[in-house]
Design a protein around this ligand. Structure first.
Ligand code: NOJ
Length: 500
């Protein structure tokens, strides 16, 4: 802002309210107040615990490209993205960020950000082009090279085994509706952990069960800003309830089988756990009754996923609600599903509901039409979820290690004529969410780290390449990368280990 602006001009620019434009009598009383009021204390620094891991996250299909290179097989996402009408901007991820060839540059970007950890995913069809059988050495080699580059840069690798790119060959044999897929996943997990655990000490197993099962195999119809919006993910099916419930069971079974497989094949001390999008109920007003209601709601909303994994049984309400469509399962399977994990990762974007106590345990409050949202239509804003999600995870299941395995937002980022990207909304989002996360760690909730979604703009599934989630702007024509202002924000937060 140039210095020859008058006080009146400044007042106009900011709408007159915040700066200047006081009346003489208001000015007088402000001076008096200055004389008598003590100086406010210095702003407190919201510091995270020592050793808190700061990281960024990505996934294979969203950034790698090179979909036919070095023996990679097809995944359900290759097929889906090439189906006309499925991706909003008509794009696909055949090239995406070309990370397969540019991973060294991308590791440098992370090093410049100061991140200590990187969550990326392994493409199952690179390692087993048909989903099972003979491993493809050139496929696993890519991840060997990536991990070596990360370690050289002082960044800890956190691979995810399944981030939605199911080998198409397995889809053709029933996909997640078949228990054979759960078994194939465990074999794949065993192989990868055996190959990589000499250098990767932490593995995320499966990413976002609800997205895989419910959004991928039923889809969601919702109304946003008065318009109908359909949200779908590959393979884009519309299955009946019974099938969906069985599939839910098969994915948590895959989770348990993979934990057992990792324990059997990985180097001793290797840790693992899921990265789930916990559906979180936030108490609308913080009273003991409403907090209890939020616990009850959160436990029930996750009954088919984290609740059964952590309790070893389906809740009575879940079984009653599913009725004749309940999944078929054995006690032995429940034991496998609840195989103890070392940590729980939660992807935290928004509250699923605000609740208050009621005679039925809880009453979800409908989101007001005017409730603000970020760029993605589903992304209602509610930063308190970043406190309540880990807090409830801990109070419900005594989880000892929690990671925020994802948090971030899409925005309408553009490069200015001067070549910079000022993403005010992402900075607002980050500061508010991390402020609430700090409240959780300050109260002793064992959150061990935070992975921002995402390192760089990438293929945002059915939204294609136009919904940008990165700290780094990517020009998909030239593949040039430009760190946004939010990257500078996060770099500062990492350096200070605090909310800035
Ligand atoms: C969660 C998913 O894990 C990730 O792949 C996706 O891009 C983000 N949400 C944003 O939608």
């Amino acid at each position: 802002m140039s210095s020859n602006l008058t006080r009146r001009d400044v007042g106009k620019i900011v709408g007159g309210a915040a700066l200047g434009m006081t009346t003489a009598s208001q000015a007088g009383s402000a001076e008096m107040a200055e004389e008598t009021q003590p100086e406010p204390a210095q702003p407190t620094t919201a510091k995270f615990p020592d050793g808190f891991r700061w990281g960024v996250a990505t996934s294979a299909y969203q950034i790698e490209g090179a979909v036919t290179e070095d023996g990679r097989g097809a995944s359900i996402w290759d097929v889906y993205a090439h189906t006309p009408g499925k991706i909003k901007d008509g794009s696909n991820a055949d090239v995406a960020n070309d990370h397969y060839h540019r991973y060294r540059d991308d590791v440098r970007l992370m090093r410049d950000l100061g991140v200590k950890a990187y969550r990326f995913s392994i493409a199952w069809p690179r390692v087993f082009p048909d989903g099972r059988g003979q491993p493809n050495a050139r496929g696993i080699d890519f991840y060997n090279r990536l991990i070596d580059a990360l370690l050289e840069a002082g960044i800890e690798p956190f691979p995810t085994l399944y981030h939605w790119d199911l080998p198409q060959a397995l889809q053709d044999r029933g996909g997640w509706l078949s228990r054979d897929t759960s078994k194939a996943f465990a074999d794949y997990a065993s192989y990868v952990a055996g190959q990589l655990s000499d250098r990767a000490n932490n593995f995320f197993t499966i990413n976002e069960f609800f997205s895989i099962v419910d959004i991928g195999h039923r889809g969601i119809d919702t109304v946003v800003d008065g318009a109908k919006v359909r949200i779908e993910l590959a393979p884009g099916l519309r299955l009946p309830n019974g099938s969906l419930n069985q599939m839910r069971h098969n994915t948590v079974l895959a989770q348990g089988l993979s934990v057992q497989a990792i324990r059997a094949s990985a180097r001793a001390g290797t840790k693992c756990g899921p990265a789930d999008n916990l559906s979180t109920a936030v108490p609308a007003i913080e009273t003991p009754e409403n907090i209890k209601a939020a616990e009850i709601a959160t436990r029930e909303m996750n009954a088919g996923y984290l609740t059964v994994m952590l309790e070893g049984k389906y809740t009575d309400t879940y079984l009653a609600n599913t009725g004749k469509d309940a999944p078929k399962f054995t006690d032995e399977e429940l034991k496998i599903i609840s195989s103890p994990v070392d940590f729980i990762g939660i992807n935290v974007y928004r509250p699923s509901a605000y609740v208050v106590a009621s005679e039925h345990g809880f009453r979800p409050i409908p989101f007001n039409k005017s409730h603000p949202h970020m760029q993605s239509s589903w992304h209602l804003l509610g930063p308190e979820v970043m406190y309540w999600a880990p807090r409830l995870l801990h109070s419900l299941w005594k989880t000892k290690e929690i990671y925020i395995s994802e948090n971030g937002c899409g925005a309408s980022d553009e490069v200015s004529a001067g070549g910079i990207v000022d993403d005010s909304d992402r900075i607002m989002f980050l500061r508010n969410h991390l402020g609430h996360l700090h409240r959780a760690t300050a109260e002793g909730v064992p959150v061990k780290g935070y992975f921002h979604w995402s390192l760089m703009d990438n293929f945002e599934w059915s939204d294609g390449l136009v919904n940008r989630f990165g700290l780094v702007y990517v020009d998909f024509k030239t593949q040039s990368r430009t760190p946004k202002l939010s990257a500078a924000w996060l770099r500062e937060a990492i350096a200070k280990n605090a909310v800035v």
